[in-house]
Design a protein. Structure first.
Length: 582
């Protein structure tokens, strides 16, 4: 046992159990693990002494306790009060342990850094004649990583009390079984324990669980009523954080709990889960990150478009990226609890978004540029769409407006959806103000701060590598197009594409997508009217600066020699106006 050989108490509560208890006791005594004690508690059996006679026949091999009938919980609590073990292992009188149950679990515990972890696993189902009916393996119905989230197996009916190994200190620190609960005392206690104690799933089958007509739960009056009360209480008691830990969002957790309970007779709890799921959407906090540098009046319009959302549970994170203009117009928002203003040294939009993202408290996060606007139902419609369709990230179509705010056209960008990787490397129509995603997912992918252009596309590429993209083809955002916008500035587009190509080549996985990278670079040709040495005209390309002309040289070099060769020479082709990291 690698030096870790704690005493384990195997507890067998029994009431009128003469039919199967000998098999249970024998399986406990036959454990290959030597440091054990077997405690049998006779819960006031009235079977003419048969249960007592069988238990006493084992003599000093077991610890035998008798008490007046008080239910399974009271029998288990008596054993806990008298046990000496460092770990508790429950064995129902009609179930059977496989010989290595305790030995294997102690070995597992020995390899865990936290020895105060609760272990559990699957089980075999047998009939009254010990014939195998089926095998329950939780990993066959849920991902392993979810099975190690403490409360998750409880809420998906994957915990069998006799498969568990529980540190005895849990009872001292958290409590024991509720003796007022005849049939749900186990799940009631597991709920209390697993809110504070880690759990670990081990796949080895170590118990055989018997189903038979004489089982105690079949004889308990008001069993369904008690189960409804248990499940309803557990659902109501959960925090948003606990729901998110299990299923990303409260809506997803409650919906899946509703689906699980729909297969049970617990109708009241089922209805409660459904009602709470619908309510949870409007209660979901969404963070909106707005980076800005000057353009204060436009920023105020952007803020107002968020405050006017039909979805009210919002926080607005304003990131002042080194504005030199007066922030006085923003003072009207200073008493609004939904608005936070963070000032940073001017570092670019990518850094500003990352700062806002890092402090976002919402379950979802959205981004809004300071000169763009949300339509009033943007958050509500997109949030409901993402939740109902279980997309972790998504975008919408949008309206393009001019400098005065007049409509130019509608861009149906959200027809781009689903599994968009690696095609997104070549073509990405996502406008940043239309994006929304689970904050926990987006926080794993930062906007690359070394880029002034194309940084948003790099983030979308990274996110869509492992996530489907939800596309809501309804225009819900107004995106302002000016002469400074990248969509009208070929030089900015060239810079953006070179940045994206550099980002891809500097990633060991992304760099494998050479076909898509070549297509991306081929699409730069239309941005440069002449790549054969002739200087592009301002009318064709736009006003150029020194750094911009160097970018055009870089593009010509790329088309002639390839992108990797260009990266090796980029230092010669760039100055402070533009530098591609290598």
């Amino acid at each position: 046992m690698r030096g870790h050989s704690p005493l384990v108490s195997i507890v067998i509560p029994v009431f009128n159990g003469a039919n199967y208890m000998r098999q249970a006791i024998d399986s406990a005594l036959s454990q290959t693990y030597p440091a054990k004690e077997v405690i049998v508690v006779n819960d006031g059996s009235n079977d003419n002494g048969e249960t007592a006679s069988i238990a006493k026949s084992y003599g000093h091999k077991i610890i035998y306790l008798e008490k007046d009938n008080g239910g399974c919980a009271s029998a288990l609590n008596l054993a806990i009060a008298n046990m000496h073990g460092e770990y508790f292992s429950w064995l129902s009188h009609d179930d059977v342990y496989l010989p290595e149950k305790i030995s294997h679990q102690i070995n597992v515990i020995s390899n865990l850094s936290n020895k105060n972890t609760i272990l559990y696993g699957g089980w075999e189902v047998i009939d009254s004649n010990s014939k195998l009916i089926s095998t329950v393996r939780p990993k066959h119905v849920q991902p392993i990583e979810k099975l190690n989230i403490p409360l998750f197996p409880l809420f998906r009916g994957l915990l069998h009390g006799c498969s568990m190994l529980i540190p005895s200190r849990c009872f001292r620190e958290i409590g024991t079984f509720d003796e007022g609960l005849p049939s749900t005392q186990d799940y009631d206690l597991w709920f209390k324990l697993l809110r504070k104690v880690p759990i670990y799933y081990d796949d080895k089958i170590l118990i055989r669980s018997r189903v038979h007509p004489e089982q105690g739960t079949h004889k308990i009056t008001k069993h369904i009523e008690e189960c409804n009360s248990l499940w309803s209480g557990m659902i109501r008691d959960l925090t948003q954080a606990e729901m998110c830990q299990m299923d990303d969002t409260p809506y997803r957790f409650l919906t899946r709990t509703y689906q699980f309970l729909s297969n049970t007779p617990y109708k009241q709890a089922t209805a409660l889960a459904k009602t709470m799921a619908e309510k949870s959407i409007e209660n979901t906090l969404v963070s909106v990150v707005i980076p800005f540098r000057n353009r204060i009046d436009l920023t105020c319009e952007a803020i107002n478009s968020v405050l006017e959302q039909t979805h009210k549970n919002l926080e607005i994170i304003l990131i002042d990226d080194g504005s030199t203009d007066s922030l006085e117009p923003l003072s009207k928002f200073k008493n609004d609890s939904k608005v936070r203003l963070i000032s940073i040294t001017s570092s670019g939009a990518a850094h500003a978004r990352n700062v806002g993202l890092s402090i976002a408290n919402g379950i979802y996060v959205a981004f809004l540029d300071s000169d763009d606007l949300f339509l009033p139902n943007k958050i509500s419609e997109q949030l409901r769409f993402l939740e109902k369709n279980e997309f972790d990230i998504g975008h919408t179509s949008y309206v393009r407006i001019d400098e005065r705010g007049d409509m130019l056209d509608v861009v149906h960008s959200a027809t781009f959806h689903g599994c968009v990787f690696p095609g997104i490397i070549v073509t990405c129509p996502i406008a940043t103000p239309t994006f929304m995603g689970l904050t926990a997912i987006v926080k794993k992918v930062k906007f690359p701060e070394q880029f002034d252009f194309g940084e948003d596309l790099c983030a979308w590429i990274a996110l869509t590598r492992t996530n489907l993209l939800g596309g809501l083809n309804i225009p819900l955002t107004k995106v302002r197009v000016t002469k400074e916008s990248a969509s009208r500035d070929h030089i900015k587009q060239l810079k953006g594409r070179i940045n994206v190509a550099s980002y891809i080549l500097n990633d060991s996985e992304l760099s494998k997508y050479g076909k898509e990278l070549r297509k991306l670079l081929q699409r730069t040709r239309w941005l440069v009217p002449n790549i054969n040495g002739e200087k592009p005209t301002i009318s064709k390309v736009g006003r150029m600066h020194k750094g911009d002309s160097l970018i055009l040289k870089a593009v010509r070099f790329i088309h002639k020699n390839g992108f990797r060769a260009a990266l090796r020479r980029i230092g010669l082709l760039s100055d402070k106006a533009y530098k591609t990291p290598v």
